[in-house]
Design a protein around this ligand. Sequence first.
Ligand code: AMP
Length: 608
Amino acid sequence: MAVMAEVSTTTGAALRSPASPAPVKEGDAEKLWFIEEMTSDVDAVQERVLAEILARNADTEYLTNCGLAGATDRATFRAKVPMATYEDLQPYIRRIADGDRSPILSGHPVSEFLTSSGTSAGERKLMPTIEDELNRRQLLYSLQMPVMNLYVPGMDKGKALHFLFVKSETRTPGGLAARPVLTSYYKSNHFKNRPFDAYNNYTSPTAAILCADAFQSMYAQMVCGLVQRHDVLRVGAVFASGLLRAIRFLQLNWEQLAADIETGALTPRVADPSVREAVAGLLRPDPELAAVIRAECSSGDWAGIITRIWPNTKYLDVIVTGAMAQYIPTLKYYSGGLPMACTMYASSECYFGLNLRPMCDPSEVSYTLMPNMCYFEFLPMDAAASGGDARQLVDLARVELGREYELVITTYAGLNRYRVGDVLQVTGFHNSAPQFRFVRRKNVLLSIESDKTDEAELQRAVERASALLRPHGAAVVEYTSQAYTKSIPGHYVIYWELLAKTPADGEAVDRETLDQCCLQMEEALNSVYRQSRVADGSIGPLEIRVVRSGTFEELMDYAISRGASINQYKVPRCVTFPPIIELLDSRVVSSHFSPALPHWTPGQRNDD
Ligand code: AMP
């Protein structure tokens, strides 16, 4: 089969290896051909996808209420179906969660809920999904390595050390599972009973991935990664923060790991029998390897640790776009500058697309939305800023180069013209398929890993905590924040300027009260934040830094000296610009950390 025919469009280029003219292997050729086919006339594919979605969901309560009357064409869809937010759909979603099995949003039975890291009223959003969505996700996954093979040959000659985890799951009152999309995928037969694939041969045994205990799972995956160190060709996790947690884990546990490897006996701290059995199949007494690990980890020099321990690693397989870009320098440090491949753009609502140039620099990553995944529409950012009008939505085939849009999707599972909340910019085309840079998530102020805290949430948290100051005659006059990621795990830092009755501000309030203020703020933050603190340990204790009186005025002076207008100046509620952070830090009079973990339980709160 001729691998890639030139596709005659003016906008893009066919996929082919930049490195070698070597023939692409048969299975890969089919997948690459599929990408070419899907991207050569995106408008036609999108029209078909919309008709398919509307036909199978024609009898749903939602589309019936919209007055679609079985129509499957674009014009009727545009005229009748409004744009929707999660809050608009929540009454329908709640009924499904409570056990109503009638076709409310989807003509196919809702098989489970995927719990998004996006929140509504402080709780994870519940995204309905259907059985055949797994096939679409699987299909997108299957395109990744054929694309990668165009750039990095020989990935079938070794293994992938991928830190993959499941998280806790609950059931809705109506009995449907509610869990994160990756937990759902790893627990599915698609993953558990996958046929051997030399390109996706993980060092982690499936039992270790499926172990719900975060410590045992990580320990087992790390020990298996260490004993197969020479086989490892790529090291990764879904997001950059996850890979950094794994490195932190190694920093904290290398002595025990080396001891286990020396004797060939797994620590009793890994108690899960299926994990122990899986690790036993790989772990042999290996004093030489234990000595290597001790030598590399005890020196205190962690620069380039990834390639020192896994010397054959060709790249990091990890998302470093969006909120994860803050981790690029740290990952460069630990990996000695290995390339970072961001392969996929996906969400609980739907998987969206692929990076067709996975070895490019992180600053140049663009994702090609695959038009078979769902029906895509785009709200120009100027329209989004003024609330959003469905009449301004633009089709995938009609987005303009350079413009920014908010992503709006219509899915097989029954989300109609749903605002995802992501802002994307068109950077180019592959054939007729536009490619997008992930610009940002709307309204997110602070994020360490999957948590997303917006300005209103931060404001509420400050208000709740500052109530503790009132008995001391003090109040918060100004505040701002930063996501502090220089240590692992990262944590939120909130700068407070206090107004106190006594002139020595900060001293009017005792340390213990300010420590408690940190905890109160954490209690007020959303459940994804609290889960990361409590169950995953992936966010460290929140810190309040009290700055001396007048600091925020200096901040304003600084902004004005750099051209901000005095009339329009507003205190930024999050700061990232290093000189501003330096200014704030140089005025700190005391710093305080949350003394305990906030409350978190796996289920949704009943009081919301
Ligand atoms: P969730 O619903 O918790 O699965 O989170 C999905 C969200 O994560 C997306 O809507 C994006 O905001 C973000 N996300 C997913 N993939 C990427 C990516 N490759 N780059 C940047 N952000 C991403």
